[in-house]
Design a protein around this ligand. Sequence first.
Ligand SMILES: *Cc1c(COP(=O)(O)O)cnc(C)c1O
Length: 381
Amino acid sequence: MIPYGKHVIGDDDVEAVVDVLKHHFLTQGNKVQEFEKSLTNNTGAKYCVAVNSGTSALHIACLALDLGQGDLLWTSPNSFVASSNCALYCGAEVDFVDICPNSKNICPKLLDEKLAQANAKGRLPKILTVVHFGGLSCEMRKIGALCHKYGVSIIEDASHALGGTYLDNKVGSCQFSDITVLSFHPVKSITTAEGGAALTNNPELADLLQMYGKHGITRDTGKLQKDSPGGWYYEQQFLGYNYRLSDLHSVLGITQIAKLDEFVSKRTTLAQRYFSLLRDLPLRLPWQYEEAKSAWHLFVIEVLQHRRSDVFSYLRDNGVGANVHYIPIHTQPYYQQLGFAWGDFPNAENYYNNAITIPLHPLLSESEQDKVVGLLRDCLV
Ligand SMILES: *Cc1c(COP(=O)(O)O)cnc(C)c1O
């Protein structure tokens, strides 16, 4: 089966992990900070807190922005469930902003309308979590201006987009957001097996992110509430979690991020090749725009004329690990119990009904790609 996504592990990665196993602390050593530094260097953000998953990073991002009971978070229905579940972990409520049919990202125009209505009703969200779907940045300048106008905080769920750019900045720079969240799951731009990170330019948020991921504990003498009786002393000041990333995982992140540009450039070349090979087929191909360069996490085609299921099965039956991203979050049984229904976010639903993710990852060969294209041609011509 040709998988839709796959990690790339080299000898350098293996050696780095073995070196930690043999010679260093397995956890709570200095590799975590080194990895965090490589992430701030790469993205341009000032502060980084690495944690054990992207989901954990989303959770501490919500906590650091003080999301709690009675609050509301809005996100995209076209995402993995973690984007909205993190708000429910905090006891907050969730709602969604529909996507643009072209970008598959939250639509600034629909956001504008929804914010105006929410403001009139006195029920604005505390946080908007945008999702850079497939690796393509949302239109952050417009979204940033709208949220600023209404005092709404912004989290970027950039789980797909490490290595992408927006305007002249790397995704993760937090130019238009409070916090950016990354995931290092094996299908993402780089991997630590499991892992994630939260980036910010705000020192107070950085402290809160750090503490929420480490039990709410601080050892910083400048932050203690009581006099320190000695060097062993620490304080738990609020309820946090153990979301630590181990040194074993962090060192993999360090060797991986050194290859990020290479990975993204391979993905980009393969994506451009799909564009030329699929040009004449009755498909809608991914949208691109001037201000952003995608990290090409996913290559999604939209199959027209209700043929999606047939084409999907034909690919799967012939050794291609096609997938679908995403079943709109609000249509999940759990979310329907919360009151959402089919029809609530029609752009995300229409897109979902036609979408197929075809293989795209740095190890995909041209002959594998030709096979995928040949199978699509069999079905569609
Ligand atoms: C992968 C992903 C996450 C969750 O990341 P984990 O590291 O698997 O916890 C969250 N949001 C989006 C959009 C993702 O793709």
